[in-house]
Design a protein around this ligand. Structure first.
Ligand SMILES: [Mg+2]
Length: 121
């Protein structure tokens, strides 16, 4: 089974994402901010990270920049979640090392298609 780390400060979003991912046969871990996510990745690198943008303690962008500078055995794919359909915003995330993005709120079909694009489904 592939593993997905869901990083979001919203417990509701984490729960919804976990449910969808489990129906897609992922094992799921959760982190509520970028700092907690980095700690988890130090212990074990997931196949893919579903990453929120706005979070306290460490934002999605700070997390992504830090992650991509780390020398890991393998880098996870990163799909970041945004509520803003803003080309400049999306480009900034891609430049920082995101592989794909998904608009919130997402459904199963949308998330599955994004996971297919990054090659983890
Ligand atoms: Mg948030």
């Amino acid at each position: 089974m592939k593993n997905c780390l869901v990083v979001d400060d919203s417990k509701v979003i984490r729960k919804v994402a976990r449910h969808i991912l489990e129906t897609l046969n992922f094992t799921v871990d959760e982190a509520e901010d970028g700092r907690e996510a980095l700690n988890r990745i130090e212990a074990s690198v997931p196949d893919v990270v579903l990453l929120d943008w706005n979070m306290p303690v460490m934002s999605g962008m700070e997390f992504l920049r830090t992650l991509r500078q780390q020398k890991l055995g393998s880098q996870p794919k990163v799909v970041f979640c945004t509520t803003e359909n803003d080309a400049a915003h999306i480009r900034a995330a891609i430049d920082a090392g995101a592989d794909e993005y998904v608009m919130k709120p997402f459904d199963r079909e949308t998330l599955e298609s994004k996971l297919q694009i990054v090659g983890v489904v």
